[in-house]
Write a protein that binds this ligand. Structure first.
Ligand code: AHR
Length: 523
């Protein structure tokens, strides 16, 4: 058994965890929108205004804060006017990025904003910079958010929506270094500044504008972009990072992987922390007051598609390995919540690391869904200092010898797993606090990345604090290759227990390959 101490200091509050870190992404890609979310009002599948009831209900349970749409790469070939008005008149276009299928635009602006209403979440619209025009972008914002008697707002009213919608988040372009126009950073920065200038605030609606940031380790893009924009132009820049176990040609199977591929996957997922820190350091050079946020608006695992499915649809299964990736990534985003204002896992239904998979009338919730369910208490909470300390011998013995001093300057990250050429920490963690009825409620989220060893974690508070009352513990664990199927939809499922906790330390035992969330009061 591996052992570690997790030091938690409820007095050391670090940053607000924006709920938007638990955001999602939906694109006109494969069966994400059609089948996955929108089936149309005439469908036999129970729906409200065309949206699947089962999917909306499952997503509402996650307290989904924000949903990005319509892409992705699709955003830079999407023309919003094609998706309004009577459905039978809507333009049919070829979805050139995703399988070359015909997109009939029956899900457009009104449908997306209706979906966000049903989900009670903020919409995040990606406007077309790659193949659109400034006028088109400007008029889309006007269509959605302006009141009054203009030609554009009257068009919206003719289409059945009298009041303007509230819209905060607007991304201008998507991956404009690649599918969004193969632009150089200086060209994009100039285009961005022009587009954002005409995305106006109407009435009380205040836009939060996001510029297309880098992919992965493209630090030059960040440098060139940040040297050309400031907070007058942008509230945030995006970062896209996908965890691909192999290379883009042979990414690897979602379900059939070796132990080595497992560790490579987790270690590549953890690498996002290094990437985030390097981009933030560059941003700091140009924006020392931190007026511009970082939004990880696409992240998650990307494998070879499920055998027999359309390669352009990016449909993949989701195992306990994905749950570990999700848990560790969300812990990293929490730990950087001073600068990360949003993160959107790709994608919400039927595409890449999805929350939900659908097959006709059936749905299943993936192991990643459970992680989002377990972590939702972090939304809007305050990150507190926590760090792991490796223990040789028993955890208690190490404490007794005085190694429990909360010296963050010397912090180490607990036990390390080495597998062939890959080394990674066994424990991923983050801790947040909220005040409830005059008491501090801690949410502690932990993942044991080891495939073979359980991990004993000694949770230690400063002496002045004690755990008190009932702790609610949710545990998700299964073999790394375990996944849910339509015939066995609850094979991998979190379960909850309650325990009376007292004193200033508690030991939790994490089985190999597991995710745990503890909610406990301390006073
Ligand atoms: O999420 C799938 C695709 O990945 C998106 O369309 C694109 O932005 C990224 O390359």
């Amino acid at each position: 058994m591996l052992k570690t101490i997790l030091h938690i200091n409820p007095d050391k509050t670090l940053s607000h965890i924006a709920p938007e870190i638990y955001g999602q992404f939906s694109e006109h890609l494969g069966r994400c929108i059609y089948d996955g979310i929108y089936v149309g009002e005439d469908s036999d599948i129970p729906n409200v205004k065309g949206m699947r009831k089962d999917v909306v209900e499952a997503l509402r349970a996650l307290h989904l804060p924000v949903l990005r749409w319509p892409g992705g790469c699709f955003a830079d070939e999407y023309h919003w006017r094609d998706g309004i008005g009577p459905k039978e008149n809507r333009r049919r276009m070829v979805n050139t990025n995703w399988g070359g299928i015909v997109e009939d635009n029956r899900f457009g602006t009104h449908e997306f904003l209706e979906l966000c209403d049903q989900l009670d979440c903020e919409p995040y619209i990606a406007v077309n910079l790659g193949s659109g025009t400034v006028q088109e972008a400007a008029e889309w914002i006007e269509y959605m958010t302006a009141d009054g008697d203009s030609t554009i707002t009257n068009l919206r009213k003719e289409n059945g929506r009298t009041k303007p919608w509230h819209l905060k988040y607007v991304g201008i372009g998507n991956e404009n270094w690649g599918c969004g126009g193969s632009m150089s950073p200086d060209f994009y920065a100039n285009e961005y500044k022009r587009y954002q200038c005409f995305c106006k605030n109407y009435g009380n609606n205040k836009l939060y504008k996001v510029a297309c940031g880098p992919s992965g380790e493209d630090y030059n893009w960040t440098k060139e972009l940040m040297s050309r924009i400031d907070h007058e132009h942008a509230n945030g820049i995006s970062l896209h990072y996908y965890t691909v176990p192999g290379d883009w040609e042979h990414k690897g199977s979602a379900t059939d992987f070796s132990d080595e591929e497992y560790y490579i996957t987790i270690s590549k997922a953890l690498h996002i922390e290094d990437i985030i820190e390097k981009h933030l350091a560059i941003m700091d050079e140009y924006d020392p007051n931190h007026d511009i946020d970082l939004l990880v608006d696409e992240w998650g695992t990307w494998y070879d598609v499920e055998p027999g499915t359309n390669p352009g649809f990016l449909y993949q299964q989701n195992t306990m390995r994905d749950a570990i990736v999700a848990a560790a990534s969300l812990n990293i985003f929490n730990k950087h919540s001073d600068r990360i204002a949003m993160a959107n896992i790709a994608q919400v239904v039927n595409v890449l690391q999805a929350m939900i998979l659908t097959e006709d009338t059936k749905i299943l919730k993936t192991p990643t869904y459970d992680v989002f369910q377990m972590y939702k208490e972090h939304q809007d909470a305050t990150l507190v200092e926590s760090y792991a300390e490796a223990v040789s011998g028993s955890a208690s013995a190490a404490r007794a010898s005085g190694t429990d001093s909360a010296d963050t300057a010397n912090k180490i990250h607990g036990p390390v797993i080495s597998y062939n050429d890959t080394s990674l920490p066994a424990l991923s963690e983050s801790v947040s606090v909220t005040e409830q009825n005059g008491q501090k409620l801690l949410t502690i989220t932990l993942a044991n990345t080891s495939l073979t060893d359980s991990l004993s974690v000694e949770l230690e508070l400063p002496m002045k604090y004690s755990f008190c009352g009932e702790a609610s513990i949710a545990m998700l664990h299964a073999g790394a290759r375990a996944y849910n199927t339509f015939d066995d939809p609850d094979r991998v499922r979190a379960f909850e227990t309650e325990e009376d906790w007292n004193g200033n330390l508690q030991i939790v035992s994490l089985p190999a390959c597991s995710v745990c969330r503890i909610c406990c009061y301390v006073s």
